[in-house]
Design a protein around this ligand. Structure first.
Ligand code: 5AD
Ligand code: SF4
Length: 433
């Protein structure tokens, strides 16, 4: 009889892929199957994120809830980024936790399972060539890690402390994985890394120097592969060659995530982002002129220490110039072991909230304006999810979420869809011949 596994995944796409890796290892080596009800589980995993607030006490209250209602004898494991930075402390504050497994150590899941109170959080551990077993949450598209860790030193960001130095995964392994996915029916792959376009700087062994642009070229030669997406690129590494390849390679989906963080040169410098407002705008202009159909999304932080009204208006100015198709906006939250944690010119909480509101209001206006122009346009949609309300949803090449009335026969299929109704996050359409 198989054992039961419950997994809660927080945070980014890297974490989702890490959860898939752990599930795969546990299924193949330990005969676990995934279930939705944690009270029935023999093992409960919580794969944590630490990039922003999500106060630590919230994690502990959640753990307390798991502990109270779990099946007698069930184990609880804390994994991911908060595991990496809190380590032992988790066991001290929640002694019923069985093990703590850092974001860079997920390949050790079947090891820690059998060691009571194990804490594996080594951020120098190299699993870049580890061959994980296979588990995919979607048959239609597959996530592939292309690097682990991050070599940047953005002063607000905890990730280099939770995921360690950047190591690229050899391109031969990535291509093998992509072929395997395509052979099993996926038509789209999603390449993952903290800083994908810095790919190829360092491998753990001797490997041919392949950069991200070359990796994209090689992957696009896989015949049955139709769509390639990736996240996240860094504006600093967006050289001309990369933008050209992005714009001209038909298999690369035309949506670019360009995390701005701030439009102020002073704040960008304090954040150690490595580019200026002018460089960012220049990259957007090149992208828009080479690839007008591309959508652009971004991340913006408001209330970073020392951000004046004028600095904030620089972020607003970039928003007006670029007209992003999607913005993920956050109030700055100080993180342990980061440089900015020690910055003293803190922005008043109220001021930060007002800025966030202003930014989100402008973003809504931009989106509404852009979307209203989409009625009557046609997109090729790759259908991936069946919603409970009888809608089938998928994405256009340029990453717009589009739904149509339909049934599961559409899943895994490409169809041309004409937009008949618009919302801020989802468009509704009808299939055209
Ligand atoms: N405070 C607020 N937002 C943050 N991000 C990363 N660190 C912080 C922080 N300390 C945001 C950045 C990043 C996204 C994943 O999370 O915008 O691009
Ligand atoms: Fe992902 Fe960063 Fe959150 Fe870790 S801290 S899960 S890398 S978003």
């Amino acid at each position: 009889m198989s054992k039961k596994l419950f997994v809660e995944t927080l945070g980014c796409a890297m974490n989702s892929r890490d959860s898939e890796h752990m599930i795969a290892e546990l299924r193949e080596k330990e005969n676990y199957e995934v279930i939705d009800d944690f009270t029935e589980a023999d093992l409960i995993l919580i794969n944590t994120c630490s990039v922003r607030e999500r106060p630590v006490h919230k994690l502990f209250s959640e753990l307390g809830g798991f502990n109270k209602k779990k099946k007698p004898g069930a184990k609880i494991g804390v994994c991911g980024c908060t595991a990496s930075h809190l380590g032992e402390e988790i066991l001290k504050r929640a002694p019923y936790v069985s093990f703590v497994l850092g974001a860079r150590n997920v390949s050790k899941i079947t090891e820690v399972l059998h060691k009571d109170k194990a804490v594996e959080i080594d951020i120098n551990y190299d699993e870049s060539e580890f061959a994980f077993k296979d588990f995919r949450s979607s048959p239609f598209k597959g996530f592939i890690n292309i690097s682990i860790g991050c070599d940047k030193a953005c002063t607000f960001c905890i990730v280099p402390k939770t995921r360690g130095d950047e190591v690229s995964i050899p391109d031969s392994l990535i291509i093998r994985e992509a072929k395997r996915l395509v052979d099993s029916g996926a038509k789209e792959i999603f390449l993952l890394g903290q800083n994908v376009n810095n790919y190829g700087r360092r491998f753990s062994g001797e490997h041919e120097k392949v950069n991200f642009t070359e990796l994209l070229r090689r992957l696009s030669k896989i015949e049955k592969l139709q769509r390639i997406r990736f996240t996240s690129p860094h504006p600093f590494h967006m050289d001309d060659e990369f933008i050209q390849e992005f714009s001209t390679n038909p298999k690369i989906c035309k949506s670019m995530h360009m995390p701005l963080q701030s439009g102020s040169n002073k704040v960008l410098k304090d954040m150690k982002r490595g580019y200026t407002k002018e460089w960012f705008i220049n990259r957007v202009q090149m992208l828009k002129s080479m690839c007008p159909e591309a959508t652009i999304s971004t991340d913006i932080i408001v209330g970073f220490p020392g951000e004046s009204d004028e600095d904030f208006q620089d972020s607003i100015d970039v928003m007006r110039q670029v007209e992003f198709d999607q913005i993920f906006s956050f109030k700055y939250s100080p993180r342990p072991e980061t440089e900015a944690e020690h910055f003293t010119n803190v922005v008043d909480e109220e001021v930060a909230s007002q800025r966030l509101n202003e930014l989100q209001k402008l973003n809504n206006e931009i989106i509404d304006k852009k979307h209203s122009g989409l009625i009557g346009t046609t997109y090729e949609v790759y259908f991936e999810t069946l919603n409970r309300d009888n809608f089938v949803a998928g994405r256009s090449n340029n990453n717009r979420v589009i739904r149509v009335d339909g049934s599961e026969e559409l899943l895994g299929q490409f169809r041309n869809v004409k937009i008949i109704d618009i919302g801020r996050t989802i468009l509704t359409g009808e299939i055209v011949a």
